[in-house]
Design a protein around this ligand. Sequence first.
Ligand code: ZN
Length: 211
Amino acid sequence: MRVPPNKSARYTDALSFYQGFMGFTKIKNYCNRKNRPTDSHRCEPIELKQSCLICKSNQTIRRGISYRRTVRHLDAFGCRVYLKLPAIRLSCKAYIAAFVWHYEFVAPNKRYTKAFETTLPKQAIGATITHTARVTETPATTVARIVKTWKKKEASRVQQACQHKASHCQNLVLGLDDFAIRKGHTYNTGLHDLRNGTFLDIIPGRTILEL
Ligand SMILES: [Zn+2]
């Protein structure tokens, strides 16, 4: 991404960058701290109303804005980017249910957009949580939480891919390897696809009966 030479150019670029982005209009850049380049953007949804989350009816009434949430988004133009999202209260005519505007790109009560969260595990590969936290200027607890969730998902995706490959393999060669969880007490057996060089599964125990 090109870094504009001065602040006003950066401002103009950032504005055009955010036009129509995430379904927002009227984005106003209002904060620029000197030492730590930060861009905060006040955002307003393009649509005036959102359909009811419960009954999907579009017969909803806008009840005003309670407060603005600050959500961190992807860095742009050498700046940390924060979106100030209005918590717009709405109510539905059909069921008289009240709800707050739902933003697709950020989970409720989260302080980071989904796009920002997906960049963290990539940064954390081959680095420590502490290092990633420092580089991304994100709390270590946040990095740890996001990386943990990603690992879980990624591990099961990779395992499924390996198992799929093994099940379609013509001359499958299985490798069995037992390893201790607690030496002398608990053992598990690892199952490998030796032809493809992948790990397939863990079976608790190591005796014939258990396998
Ligand atoms: Zn409704």
